[in-house]
Design a protein around this ligand. Structure first.
Ligand SMILES: *[C@@H]1O[C@H](CO)[C@@H](O)[C@H](O)[C@H]1NC(C)=O
Ligand SMILES: *[C@@H]1O[C@H](CO)[C@@H](O)[C@H](O)[C@H]1NC(C)=O
Length: 350
């Protein structure tokens, strides 16, 4: 009897503790604020004069209501999934959405723009918003918060929100080819990593205190790279490109660690490379059937305007695929990545 009571008490305590942690988590992070590229874009490119858009079907086919919102996936993207994990909302609004009301800004927004990169040339080539211009919009965001909700609210958002920076794939995969006369692979990867560190410093100067930066991903393994560089029959990963991504990470990770010690707040390097690479090498382990082709169209080259409702080859079950188009993961793959990462990293920002 005594033993049972103790067990019961222990269970109650564990439950109370778990609830406290849960409420604490939800209470301490008022907003999620995101900078970067298509992985995090929830519609910022919709009104830009760029070809890199996806606000038409079958993009969004697995989004609530089946709407093509400008997310580069079949459903939600990591900015949404992370906002949900933080208990903020099921979706994160795009800052460029003309219908946003002041209240919609309070739980955070994404400034991310598909096709962009750390290298200013990347955004220029693609006619999208550079990460540096995203910082200018962020300043505007903060002044809107001050104007509508006061200095205190702005201070709370700056000090306690989680800030995420996700870029580099487009620089590595595309812009490098235009920069190869100025850089070799290693020095370009280093230049990008140094740019990412500079970006974090600027964000910190503007008041952000909890900042996470995604590593580069194995971009040499996306279906498009396999088709173009992986050999006609083998369609293997583009190894030199993956090596550049690894070089970027090898430079970024220790630099962010020392920034974390130097600056107040938390600066986190978030290793996405290993998780996505393992998923691509062992899709079955994660419940996927196809890792080397996208669901949309034939999945070999199809992206943006080539992935459209006239294309008859789109797969019916995107959950069986890691990639949605020839470049971007499916919502289900993103969910696996986010679950995996948040377990490892999120406890550090509360
Ligand atoms: C935060 O609260 C929401 C419900 O409001 C819940 O769904 C979510 O899991 C919570 N987040 C965490 C990390 O506990
Ligand atoms: C879609 O694929 C997933 C992963 O292979 C599988 O679990 C699910 O049952 C499939 N759904 C349908 C409707 O076939």
């Amino acid at each position: 009897m005594m033993k049972l009571q103790i067990l019961w008490l222990a269970l109650v305590l564990i439950t109370v503790e778990a609830n406290a942690v849960k409420q604490g988590i939800n209470a301490t992070i008022p907003a999620l604020i995101v900078f970067g590229d298509s992985i995090m874009d929830t519609g910022n490119n919709n009104n830009l004069p760029t070809l890199l858009k996806c606000n038409f079907p079958p993009y969004g086919k697995d989004y609530p209501g089946g709407f093509a919102t400008g997310r580069f996936s079949d459903g939600r993207v990591p900015s949404d999934l992370i906002a949900e994990k933080l208990g903020l909302a099921k979706t994160l609004p795009a800052y460029m959405n003309p219908y946003l009301k002041p209240e919609d800004l309070l739980k955070g927004v994404t400034f991310a723009s598909g096709g962009t990169g750390y290298d200013p040339l990347t955004a220029k080539i693609m006619s999208v918003i550079s990460v540096w211009d995203q910082l200018i919009y962020f300043k505007e965001y903060i002044s809107k918060i001050k104007r509508h909700f006061g200095e205190e609210k702005a201070k709370e958002i700056l000090e306690h929100s989680f800030f995420l920076v996700v870029s580099s794939s487009n620089d590595l995969a595309h812009t490098y080819l235009a920069q190869a006369h100025r850089y070799d692979r290693t020095s370009y990867a280093n230049f990008l990593a140094d740019s990412a560190v500079h970006f974090v410093k600027e964000l910190h100067k503007l008041g952000a205190r909890k900042i996470g930066v995604f590593s580069a991903v194995p971009v040499g393994c996306v279906p498009l790279q396999r088709t173009v560089f992986g050999g006609f029959f083998t369609r293997g990963c583009n190894q030199p490109l993956n090596n550049m991504a690894k070089q970027f990470n090898a430079r970024l990770s220790p630099a962010l660690d020392s920034l974390d010690k130097e600056l107040d707040g938390v600066i986190l390097y978030i290793n996405v490379y290993d998780t996505l690479f393992d998923m691509i090498q062992h899709p079955k382990k994660y419940g996927f059937e196809v890792a080397d082709k996208g669901c949309c169209g034939k999945g070999l080259l199809t992206i943006s305007y080539m992935c459209n409702s006239l294309n008859p080859f789109t797969c019916s079950n995107s959950s069986a695929y890691i990639f949605w188009d020839s470049y971007h993961p499916t919502e289900r793959a993103y969910q696996v990545i986010v679950d995996n990462l948040l377990e490892k990293y999120l406890s550090k920002v509360y």
